[in-house]
Design a protein around this ligand. Structure first.
Ligand code: ZN
Length: 282
């Protein structure tokens, strides 16, 4: 794969380029060729430099508040120069509601302060690889919530509650001795409730209940390509509980992310077997 070429640019009038310099260096460290335009560039100058340097990606940094004017102007200038195949991402102090509009109108992704440079580098690598037709982009949202895990002392007792008050019934019960749990699934629309009961006192669910009481334990996102997702998250600096997928209660591959990296929520990744078969067992 050819080296990724990136132009980091600072449109607008603000005179601070520490962020732009930090990201330039981080992308160089990740093996990319990076050209930095310097301060106070007009969209015209930026696009001219991008075309001359034959870059794959432009990264725009803005702290001046003028992103809503300057970022779209760069896109327009690209299309005037028939250079729309150059991907554009942005970074800086940009309000959430502006991000939505900018991303809808052609800016690939906006990164806000606090984003790890690893995340930006991983994202650019994937976006360019997909753009060059090398590998499909993994950075799609999970398909849905597959299930919500609830830690309980007794599946039987809890099941009575769901049956009596919500008329939701247990569909399957399984023991997963590896993980020290007995598990019941209760279908609920296109989602499920997963009741987790400790098999013994060594069970992590036993420890969870001792510490925090019964209640919400984890949420499971359905995704494709679980191993690639785990590798991506790891590259982005997310702490993983499982670096390789393990077999979940339903027999499908699952893996947990560490709550220290996810603002306290225990997130399970869940790959549905059917999809894996449809895609040739990958
Ligand atoms: Zn689960």
């Amino acid at each position: 794969m050819d080296k990724i070429r990136v132009l980091i640019a600072k449109p607008g009038l603000d005179g601070h380029d520490r962020g732009a310099l930090v990201i330039s260096q981080a992308l160089r460290d990740a093996g990319m060729e990076v050209i930095y335009t310097g301060l106070r560039q007009t969209p015209k100058q930026i696009v001219r430099a991008a075309v001359q340097e034959d870059v794959d990606v432009i990264g725009l940094s803005s702290l001046s508040g003028a992103h809503n004017v300057l970022f779209p102007e760069v896109l327009k200038e690209l299309s005037r120069n028939e250079a729309e195949d150059i991907l554009v991402f942005g970074g800086g102090v940009i309000p959430l509601e502006d991000i939505q509009v900018l991303e809808k109108n052609g800016i690939l992704k906006i990164f806000t302060p606090g984003t790890s440079t690893k995340v930006v580098a991983t994202y650019i690598e994937q976006a360019v690889a997909e753009h060059r037709g090398e590998t499909p982009m993994l950075q799609t949202p999970p398909k849905r919530v597959d299930h919500i895990g609830i830690a309980v002392k007794s599946i039987e007792e809890t099941a009575v509650f769901y049956s009596n008050h919500f008329h939701v019934n247990v569909e399957t019960i399984a023991e997963v001795p590896d993980q020290g749990v007995r598990v019941a699934f209760l279908p609920l629309g296109n989602c499920k409730i997963e009741l987790l009961e400790p098999l013994d006192e060594n069970s992590p669910i036993h420890a969870f209940i001792e510490k925090r009481g019964e209640g919400l334990h984890h949420v499971a996102f359905e995704i494709d390509n679980i191993q690639q997702r785990l590798d991506q998250l790891k590259a982005e600096g997310i702490r993983l509980i499982d670096e390789k997928p393990k077999k979940g209660a339903s027999g499908n591959p699952i893996a947990f992310l560490h709550p220290k990296s996810t603002y306290g929520a225990l997130i399970e990744l869940y790959e549905s077997k059917q999809d894996a078969e449809n895609e040739g067992g990958q």
